[in-house]
Design a protein around this ligand. Structure first.
Ligand code: S3P
Length: 447
């Protein structure tokens, strides 16, 4: 569980060329889902490459609380003895999901159609985030929720004893909401249908199929439509978690902005619902080669060779937002080192992430001498060119790992060092961030 330790002030400073191989940890989204689907299956699921970040460890604890046996065997090697669809036990204690919106929202979904009650909470960041986006659709299955004002945690969910299947159009582009509905649909009879206007990350659909559920996906005039046949028997699987493209984003962006850099980042997902950042960086002039394209753990992956590049600002197409939603913070740092202006529109969902990421990036960029413009749905960064970013400021991270890591990347190429008030949330998603970056030649320190 995060957010309970002392804040860790961190700084980074200008460094020489980055070189070497950046082996980033397992994908966070896929790690959560492997534990959850393992818990909902019959038999023993074996997982390799699991991300051992705090967010995922909180989900592992939660699955134990609902009755699954979750065991660590070695680094990244885990097993889950599942209880089967509809087999969740009622937890005796409050479920603390720490910093993780994915954890709490997916777990609320998968217990919502069982005749049990569970109470959820999280850290200071998670307790501010909206849960109505999940409690609204699970109410259609018959679940009841009682939370704080504005649909905030702590919250108690009373699962539906006699769930009805649901057809639901997601009101926002959110894989967490889509996944919560699909996971609730597992224990409802008949067909559960989710329609999303913009396709979001599809790991839940892929993995449900892998565990034996009948899931169909089609593009219809109403949108991207996913249909799940309820009450399948999910059968335990072996899951090899691929590396996290959202973590890969940090060494990739560092290499692009630090002069002389030339690094390899192996096994990065090229899943089209996740790879928007790489497309954007190429459009900005980034020298990124996609080598050895193949499939790993059911995901298309490639080895990335990334070299320092002269970058220019672009307008990022709005329709790309879902495929790079977690990468806008680090993109806004890269944009500061480009020439010209980078316009990021259609990004209002950033306001309800681990922090209000538009505000956190805007304030941190300004504190480091970069001029920005923002409105509810837009962030614009006025690039200062390769050598023009002053730095010298302290950014507030608001318990947000990606804000902390983004500013640590900024300091590697800014004129003066860049600091963050609290880098401790980095442990939620990328526990080896500092040694990995420093191993490439970065200068990131704890003050
Ligand atoms: C995630 C979905 C996204 C993303 C988050 C992980 C997932 O959130 O920002 O880091 O694993 O489903 P939203 O569903 O809120 O867009």
């Amino acid at each position: 569980m995060s957010g309970h330790g002392d804040p860790i002030r961190m700084s980074s400073q200008k460094c020489g060329p980055l070189s070497g191989v950046a082996e980033v940890p397992g994908d966070k989204s896929i790690s959560h889902r492997a534990l959850i689907l393992g818990a909902l299956s019959v038999g023993e699921t074996k997982i390799t490459g699991l991300l051992e970040g705090e967010d995922v460890l909180d989900t592992a604890k939660a699955m134990r609380a609902f009755g699954a046996t979750v065991t660590q065997h070695g680094a990244g090697e885990w097993s889950v003895q599942g209880v089967g669809v509809g087999g969740f036990a009622e937890p005796e204690q409050v479920i603390d999901c720490g910093n993780s919106g994915t954890g709490v929202r997916l777990i609320m979904g998968c217990m919502a159609t069982s005749d049990i009650t569970a109470t959820f909470t999280g850290d200071g960041s998670l307790r501010k985030r909206p849960m109505g986006r999940v409690t609204d659709p699970i109410a259609l299955f018959g679940a009841q929720s009682y939370g704080r004002q504005g649909g905030r945690l702590p919250m108690t969910v009373v699962g539906a004893a006699d769930p009805a299947p649901v057809t639901y159009t997601t009101p926002m582009a959110s894989a967490q909401v889509k996944s919560a509905v699909l996971l609730a649909g597992l224990n409802a009879p008949g067909q559960t249908v989710v329609i999303e206007k913009v396709a979001t990350r599809d790991h839940t659909e892929r993995m449900l199929r892998g565990f034996g559920a009948d899931v169909t996906v089609e593009d219809t005039p109403e949108g991207h439509k996913i249909t799940l046949q309820g009450r399948p028997e999910l059968v335990a699987q072996t899951v090899a978690v691929p590396r996290d493209p959202s973590s890969a984003a940090f060494p990739v962006c560092a290499a692009l902005i630090v002069p002389g850099s030339d690094i390899m980042v192996p096994g990065v997902s090229q899943n089209p619902t996740r790879n928007g950042l790489f497309t954007t960086l190429k459009e900005m002039g980034g020298d990124i080669e996609f080598l050895n394209e193949r499939e790993e753990g059911g995901e298309p992956v490639a080895d990335l060779r990334v070299r320092h590049s002269a970058l220019h600002g672009i307008e990022v197409p709005e329709e790309r937002a879902a495929s790079m939603i977690d990468e806008y913070p680090v993109l806004s740092v890269v944009a500061a080192f480009a020439t010209g202006t980078t316009v990021m529109k259609g990004v209002h969902e950033l306001r309800v992430k681990e922090s209000d990421r538009i505000d956190a990036m805007a304030r941190g960029l300004e504190a480091n001498g970069v001029s920005i413009e923002e409105d509810e749905d837009t962030l614009i960064v006025h690039g200062m060119g390769q050598d023009g970013v002053p730095g010298g400021g302290v950014a507030a991270t608001h318990l947000d790992h990606r804000i902390a890591m983004s500013f640590m990347i900024m300091g590697l190429a800014a004129q003066k060092p860049v600091s963050v008030d609290d880098g401790s949330p980095i442990a939620t998603s990328f526990p080896i961030f500092e040694p990995l970056l420093n191993g490439l030649g970065a200068k990131i320190t704890r003050d």
